[in-house]
Design a binder for this molecule. Structure first.
Ligand SMILES: *Cc1c(COP(=O)(O)O)cnc(C)c1O
Length: 426
């Protein structure tokens, strides 16, 4: 019998560490099942897919909001259509608009910056640290009188360093929005991300931790922000159901303002109730896989460097982040890992979000590139290397996605694959 060479890279004809690719990393979607189907079916059979009226309204969205309020320990949650919508609603609740700047981290998905523009404000970009999240020490550099909010984004399951971010924001009297789209369930010093800043926004799109395909939510500690958010998401209305549930009694004649429609459907709400119930289990599983891998790799690969975290206890472990010494080695690593049947990728085509063409060139769908045409006292100019740590770290930080359905043998194969590939890097 031919001896299988476990040291030889699959790339060079050796036996791959795994015989087949890893399952896709859609943590919520891969645990979807009967529960979601039954609950969504109830809404359909009740012929009441709208939250505020119908023949037999089941109050699924309201139930989801109550569950989020209870578990995140916030008094107000509001279901919306997406996290992009949630960001716009949050910014509008805070009264941010034309003539305002908002600090956004250099590493995030396009939507964070796009929503700022959608709210008629302009993003300015702060650099990241080795957690790949907003570096609190870089806030001062981009702060000026025209900045009216800071958005912190825990990227791929690692919390932001919220204490210094909140300290800075409080010192300057600006609110903090937490964009928790990628990190539902992440904690920082025992508190849930999203419930630490002034407003938290969540995504339930397919690629996130739990999902109904699409969906989002806004949470806040402030009754005033909640009322403004609820109005903006629903044509400026504050429906009796929401007034009653939260004991609000405003004068419509003076309180109403023009809003949009970002309402969540009952079918989405029903699916998300079942997904929310599964969140703790998903996070516990990913977390334990992540810890196991870090420990095993620290033992088998001396000198391996992981993406840092300001609170490792709070990581949800949806991805394992490894920082390679150079961008070239990261490319070699990814190619070799692919051959071993282990997914490994860098983020966002290695580009800080401000390098995406439409943002870099400040191009919008509006006349005169509104809102970038505002005559700011300190002009907003983007340059390629304005956030050098993001430029340096993005192409050499490799992520291995860790689906909650992985089993022990999958984990051990990931360890052998990474160990084998890492040793061949020079
Ligand atoms: C995905 C994502 C969003 C947008 O979420 P949608 O629900 O798809 O609108 C916003 N911010 C971040 C950081 C994201 O990853």
């Amino acid at each position: 019998m031919e001896k299988v060479d476990l040291e030889k890279l699959a790339l060079n004809g050796g036996a791959p560490a795994r015989s087949k690719p890893l399952p896709p990393n859609y943590p919520g979607a891969v645990v979807m099942g009967e529960e979601e189907a039954v609950h969504a079916g109830q809404i359909i059979r009740a012929q009441s897919p709208f939250r505020f009226y119908g023949p037999d309204v089941r109050n699924a969205v309201t139930t989801l909001e109550s569950m989020m309020e209870r578990d995140l320990n916030v008094p107000y949650a509001l279901g919306v259509t997406s996290c992009t919508a949630a960001l716009v609603v949050a910014l509008k609740a805070l009264g941010i608009g034309y003539g305002d700047k908002v600090i956004v981290p250099a590493v995030t998905f396009l939507a964070t910056a796009g929503a700022v523009v959608s709210a008629n404000a302009v993003p300015v970009f702060a650099d990241v640290d080795e957690s790949l999240n907003l570096d609190p020490a870089d806030l001062e550099r981009v702060m000026d009188e025209e900045v009216k909010a800071i958005i912190a984004v825990p990227i791929l399951g690692v919390p932001c360093d919220m204490d210094p971010i909140m300290d800075f924001a409080r010192k300057h009297g600006v609110p903090v929005i937490e964009d928790v789209a990628q990190s539902c369930g992440v904690q920082y010093k025992g508190r849930y991300a999203g419930a630490i800043g002034d407003v938290g926004v969540f995504s339930f799109q397919m690629n996130k931790i739990i999902t109904a395909g699409e969906g989002g939510a806004v949470v806040t500690h402030s009754a005033e922000l909640y009322e403004r958010a609820a109005r903006y998401h629903d044509q400026g209305l504050l429906r009796p159901q929401l007034k009653e549930r939260h004991g609000l009694n405003p004068d419509e004649e003076t309180a109403a303002f023009i809003g949009q429609n970002y309402r969540m459907s009952e079918i989405t709400g029903a699916v998300l109730i079942e997904q929310w119930k599964k969140l703790d289990g998903i996070v516990a599983t990913m977390r334990s896989h992540h810890r196991y891998l870090k420990q095993a790799l620290a033992d088998s690969v001396p000198g391996i460097r992981f993406r840092s975290s300001p609170d490792e206890e709070g990581d949800i472990g949806s991805n394992l982040g490894i920082i390679l010494p150079s961008a070239e080695q990261a490319q070699t690593f990814m190619k070799a890992m692919q051959a071993e049947n282990i997914t490994a990728h860098t983020l966002y085509g290695n580009l800080p979000v401000y390098r995406v063409p439409q943002i870099f060139h400040q191009r919008t769908a509006e006349k005169d590139n509104f809102p970038f045409n505002y005559p700011f006292q300190k002009p907003v100019i983007y340059t390629e290397d304005m956030c050098p740590r993001a430029v340096d770290l993005l192409p050499r930080t490799v992520f291995v996605p860790l689906s909650p359905v992985l089993e022990q043998n999958d984990l051990d194969e990931i360890v052998s694959g990474i160990t084998k590939v890492y040793r061949t890097l020079d």
